[in-house]
Design a protein around this ligand. Structure first.
Ligand code: PLP
Length: 422
């Protein structure tokens, strides 16, 4: 069931025509579907019925507080990677005991905030970080619950920039040092060991690397327990890929992934923690944009949109593919065309796709880019002084703006002329 689909000749988000949103809010705009967030979360969570599991949604995929609040209502926890994300998660009503804190560069201030809030666990990525966390916890008269993020040295991930589980990546404790790191942690009075954590990459489209990582970590957990450590939780990270509509391999559905994890960890006697991001949010949102111009080039035609790489950077950053569809369904006799679809920014990198076959379009028509709910709005910038585009959340036949489009005046308000230029 798709929640962004044609009905009566035009694309709806649930029961709201996208044309209505474009008219009310303007373009470009991100549009999210509540029903899709709910379905993805529920399918995933239900595959773990019967085992102890925490689904800690990876906030960095889509961090709007309305999105977080939608997931919080279903019982989601959060995986945060900064003090800012921690504040969002708490504000959205996610209880601190369901929040895990990941990332290679946590600051003392962030550690203090997280300890004060009483989060579930710090996923610690290096011994220097562990020592600082120990200091901060002792200063506050408390103990910090930790899991080491270990690097299992498996190859996974849809693109070099999002592959994180190989030994040359900056993430986690090297596999060969893991046991020594736990031994050291056990000597620190401000640290309480509670688990093990891995995250091997993103947009992973088959189960094999997950299976390899789980098997390796299973062995590590046994060795750590033999050495006297208490290992209560096994955080397997995020990373399951989603279909983007191109012809690459189709990732397994969340239910299959869930079943696999359940089978492989059945005898480990651990509480499982999951940090899915893309899988929950990716296909829950689209980028709605207007065609500004159709420009005939010498050997190619350009579809120039009002959305650009500053709004959705995935194609420029990861060569990502997004399905593009016109909001008004093309008639059966509609002309076909081949376009380079681009934005207005002054760089050739501002290209969403090259040589894409699609129905011929005219200036003023609306298009959507599918699968833009994860790593879209969160990575947007104001490059070229283009205001951050708004986000809209649909629920049934209702929709609301959940982040406003700033005015240019608002953008300029935070800039200052130094005295010597006044
Ligand atoms: C990015 C990230 C995730 C989420 O990855 P997805 O591919 O979106 O599921 C989970 N955990 C950590 C530590 C991450 O950095």
């Amino acid at each position: 069931m798709r929640h962004f689909d044609y009905k009566d000749g035009e694309i709806y988000a649930e029961n709201v025509p996208l044309r209505t949103i474009a008219k009310a809010v303007g373009t470009p705009v991100y549009v999210y579907s509540t029903a899709t967030f709910e379905r993805h979360y529920s399918v995933f969570a239900e595959s773990f019925k019967g085992i102890e599991a925490l689904v800690a949604y990876s906030v960095k995929a889509n961090s709007n507080i309305a999105v977080l609040a939608t997931l919080a209502k279903l019982g989601a926890g959060a995986d945060v990677v900064s003090g800012g994300e921690l504040a969002r998660a708490l504000m959205a009503g996610i209880p601190a005991h369901k929040i895990v804190f990941s990332g290679v560069g946590k600051t003392r201030a962030e550690m203090r905030d997280a300890l004060r809030a009483g989060i579930r666990v710090f996923n610690v990525e290096s011994e220097p970080e562990l020592n600082v966390l120990n200091d901060v916890a002792l200063e506050m008269g408390t103990k910090a619950p930790i899991a080491f993020r270990v690097n299992p040295d498996v190859t996974a991930g849809g693109h070099d920039k999002i592959s994180t589980g190989k030994k040359e990546n900056k993430f986690g404790i090297a596999w060969s040092s893991a046991e020594a790191a736990y031994a050291h942690a056990a000597t620190l009075p401000g640290i309480e060991i509670v688990g093990v954590d891995v995250h091997i990459g993103s947009q992973i489209d088959d189960l094999a690397p997950f299976e390899a990582a789980i098997a390796k970590v299973g062995g590590l957990i046994s060795r750590l327990r033999q050495a006297g450590h208490t290992i209560k939780s096994f955080d397997i990270g995020g990373g399951l890929g989603i279909p983007y509509g191109d012809n690459n391999k189709t990732p397994p559905p969340p239910s299959e992934y869930g079943q696999m994890v359940k089978n492989l960890t059945r005898d480990m006697d651990v509480e499982m923690i999951f940090e899915p991001g893309r899988m929950i949010a990716g296909n829950s949102g689209v980028l709605l944009s207007e065609v500004l111009y159709v420009k005939k080039g010498e050997d190619r035609d350009f579809l120039i949109l009002d959305a650009a790489m500053n709004d959705l950077i995935r194609p420029a950053l990861y060569d990502a593919y997004h399905d593009i569809e016109p909001v008004l369904a093309p008639g059966s006799d509609a002309a076909e065309a081949t376009y380079d679809v681009v934005g207005p920014i002054c760089e050739s990198g501002d290209t969403f796709t090259k040589g894409r076959d699609m129905p011929a379009l005219k200036s003023g028509e609306l298009v959507i880019m599918h699968s833009a709910g994860a790593y879209g709005a969160v990575q947007a910038s104001q490059y070229n002084t283009r205001p951050l585009i708004p986000e809209v959340l649909v629920k049934g036949d209702k929709f609301e703006i959940i982040r406003e489009r700033p005015t240019v005046a608002e953008i300029l308000k935070s800039e200052r002329l130094p005295d010597w230029l006044k």
